[in-house]
Write a new protein. Sequence first.
Length: 141
Amino acid sequence: MFALDSRLQQDTLPIGDFPLCRLLLSNDSNYPWFILVPRREDISEIFQLDVADQLQLWQETTALAQTLKDSFDADKLNIAALGNVVSQLHMHVIVRKREDAAWPAPVWGKHPAVAYSAEQVAAIRERLQRVLTEDFTFLEG
């Protein structure tokens, strides 16, 4: 049975589900930072997914990245599956702007996280509801 890693539960806000992945928002308002977690048990590496799930992961990552680039007017998107701290397979999709707090450096460890306000989360959810219309189910927020 799929269960979200406790660190991801602690550091993120749930947004909804694609066919394979749970979409989370990192609770760091320095950057629009999203995380896709395949809803599969005991998976830490992409190659552990079956071929169909690997393809679905890349399709969902690509669709999300395209949506975020347009919706958040990104200068660059950082996409990574690191898992050094949280071993559960998860894909980071981070909107980067030339004026963001860490540009051009990586976001990891650059600045302390600044939690979103309830209003900021509502605005992001509303923005995503306008563009994530196919194969996506929003969770109650």
